[in-house]
Design a protein around this ligand. Structure first.
Ligand code: HTL
Ligand code: MG
Length: 634
């Protein structure tokens, strides 16, 4: 592939002639192949500008072309799971001219989104939802006797999620007419895991399908269609008898299985998809693809190139990402597991993102990647804890939403020793609305037994993890996405101590106090640096909060402000308001946080300012409360 990339305005390309799916239906096979290559170059070019889900999108290019060749995506429903592999789909559905804005503030979303285009069937970002959503769409279609096709496209990683498997179970029971494309590249973000994944490696094209092909492709279309339910059942049974490969779990769940086929051969894809479209009931087409296909460096390291930051197309190299909160946690976990052989770390498919690569090598026997199954991560931790182990569930704030009932019912109800290491708390940047970690305080705070903390730096993170392990019970520690200063390696015994539930006065004050959390502490210090009368408190424990300190400050201050990179509903501010109310204190309180709406992708620092929880928002609140002077125009 050329390294320069095709620019959409280059009129000699096939892509230049294709703006909408109907344009591509007129293309010859050669042109379709050419189009796929041009889409690849375009995806590489776009991701090089600002980062993005490169390898997944490259692997799905032929599939996207084949689907748009056959289906009418304005009417038929193409349901992409996760939606991160759909760059080519966006390029072919009227969004070519906007593609450079993808994941940027105000630009296209990185995932599919129904509010962005009628060609996007589902708003998504979290994995494993496509099958249930497609089932619902197929049922709605049949209830209204409408005439459109429903196609779910799910990766092998997303298929490890319980939601996907449970939906398959229902699909095989209800048997609506739908196509499921399983895009199997043997990769989640890191190597895919699980027994089903291993089993899929043993599948071979079924003999009956090959025979049908050999005896003339036309035979295939007649395979099930005119036979009626009884005949087709008999046929299924014969097939099962003669072909052990067809005794596969998809068949067992009532879903016809076809495959595996080469997912980079457009002709084959069109051929199979077209025939499957003729069939009644649900059919799964298993396609095998290469993650990063066509871009050598991405093929050879699909983990890094799953979602790289911007890079140079001519000289693509990995960029050092710097030391992050995730690294600080990973390093801490290594020490904790070294100091105590009952410590485990469980990740739901986020080894790299959670900073656990080195941990997984150093403590392989006490490391568990359960796949994209947050519910399983939490309840497995409960099981371990019930037998005396000390599991840490390393999980993103946004994905813990998938394990909520498990937190309440399996961990907190029995007050088990489980630590939730919550990464990506707060606004997350390019991934946007689906991935914002702004609800965890709100959803964890009401649960009895759990307590919740947020450190300001690496030492405090260590102190909190150490204390959490020593104290036992369900403990959640949350931190944001991004950089943090590293501190020297040290054994756990030498880590600092912290009194659980204690706040820290960072800057003394008199008239008012800003109670801030994590990254917003820097905003509070900036907003108040010239105001000796306004103090800043590191409100590092959200539950239990430092009631003694809060009541003392509330008793003498003229005003309090809380600041958090979290939904204002249910967050630290709510906790403070409830405590003040419970003690009959009427001190004026401003709660700065994410307002009651979904926040799209963008630069978190700019978004904090725009949403009023940055330095100028804090300053404004102080002025309105009468504890900072009104700014004089200079
Ligand atoms: N947990 C949940 C519920 N949703 C998501 N999206 C993640 C974790 C994080 N995640 C992705 S993409 C991805 C994960 C684990 C791997 C998906 O693997 P799959 O697709 O095989 O389905 P592939 O990349 O094409 O191989 C994102 O957050 C984008
Ligand atoms: Mg995959």
């Amino acid at each position: 592939m050329s390294s320069s990339g095709h620019l959409p305005e280059d009129a000699s390309t096939v892509l230049a002639k294709v703006n909408w799916p109907q344009d591509l239906k007129r293309l010859s096979h050669e042109e379709l192949k050419q189009l796929a290559e041009e889409l690849r170059s375009e995806i590489v070019r776009v991701c090089s500008l600002g980062g993005g889900h490169l390898a997944s999108s490259l692997g799905a290019v032929e599939l996207v072309v084949a689907l748009h060749y056959l289906y009418d995506s304005a009417k038929d429903r193409l349901v992409w799971d996760v939606g991160h592999q759909a760059y080519a789909h966006k390029l072919l559905t009227g969004r070519k001219h906007l593609i450079d804005t993808i994941r940027k503030p105000g630009g296209l979303a990185g995932f599919t989104s129904t509010s962005e285009s009628e060609h996007d069937a589902l708003t998504v970002g979290h994995a494993s939802t496509s099958l249930a959503a497609a089932l619902g769409m197929a049922l709605a279609r049949d209830a209204r006797q409408d005439d459109y096709e429903v196609v779910a496209i799910i990766g092998d990683g997303a298929l490890t999620g319980g939601m996907a498997l449970a939906a398959l179970n229902q699909i095989g029971h209800v048997k609506p007419k739908m196509t499921i494309v399983l895009n199997d590249n043997e990769m989640s973000i890191s190597e895919n895991v699980g027994a089903l994944n291993r089993y899929m490696r043993t599948l071979q094209v079924q003999r009956w399908f090959q025979e049908a092909e050999e005896s003339g492709k036309r035979a295939l279309s007649g395979l099930w269609k005119p036979l009626g339910e009884l005949a087709s059942r008999a046929k299924d049974a014969t097939r099962h008898f003669f072909d052990p490969a067809s005794a596969n779990p998809f068949h067992a769940m009532g879903v016809r299985y076809v495959g595996p086929v080469d997912g980079h051969d457009i002709n084959q894809l069109i051929y199979y998809l077209k025939h499957i479209r003729e069939l009644e009931g649900p059919t799964l087409l298993h396609i095998v693809t290469t993650k990063g296909k066509g871009y050598k460096i991405a093929e050879s390291d699909p983990i890094y190139w799953h979602g790289p930051p911007k890079f140079d197309v001519a000289k693509p190299v990995k960029s050092g990402k710097g030391y992050s909160w995730s690294n600080a946690f990973g390093d801490a976990a290594i020490e904790l597991a070294r100091a105590d052989d009952r410590v485990w770390v469980i990740t739901p498919a986020m080894r790299e993102g959670s900073g656990l690569v080195e941990y997984s090598q150093q403590h392989p026997k006490r490391y568990l990647d359960v796949g994209i199954a947050e519910d399983v991560a939490v309840t497995t931790a409960a099981g371990l804890a019930l037998r005396g182990e000390k599991p840490i569930v390393a999980i993103y704030s946004t994905f813990l939403q998938r394990g909520y009932d498990q937190v309440i019912h399996d961990v907190c109800l029995e007050n088990l020793n489980v630590i939730f290491a919550i990464d990506r708390a707060g606004l997350v940047g390019g991934d946007g609305a689906t991935h914002q970690g702004v609800f965890d305080i709100g959803y964890l705070r009401p649960i009895p037994n759990i307590s919740l903390a947020m450190p300001k730096d690496t030492q405090e993170l260590r102190a909190m993890l150490k204390a959490a392990l020593a104290l036992g019970g369900p403990k959640a520690v949350r931190w944001p996405r991004g950089a943090v200063a590293p501190v020297p390696e040290a054994a756990v015994a030498d880590w600092p101590e912290i009194t659980w539930g204690s706040w820290e006065m960072l800057k003394p004050g008199r008239d008012a106090y800003v109670l801030a959390l994590g990254p917003t502490l820097a905003y509070a210090l900036e907003a108040t640096q010239d105001l000796p009368n306004v103090g800043v408190v590191n409100a590092r424990f959200i539950k239990p909060l430092d009631e003694a300190m809060l009541l003392k400050l509330a008793g003498r201050a003229r005003a309090l402000i809380t600041v958090e990179d979290h939904a204002a509903v249910g967050g630290l501010g709510s906790a403070v308001a409830e405590t003040l109310q419970d003690h009959g204190l009427k001190v004026p309180l401003r709660r700065l946080g994410i307002p009651d709406r979904f926040v799209p992708h963008g630069d978190p620092v700019i978004q904090h300012e725009a949403l009023g929880l940055g330095p100028s928002g804090i300053r404004q609140a102080l002025i309105e409360l009468g504890v900072a002077p009104v700014l004089q125009a200079s």
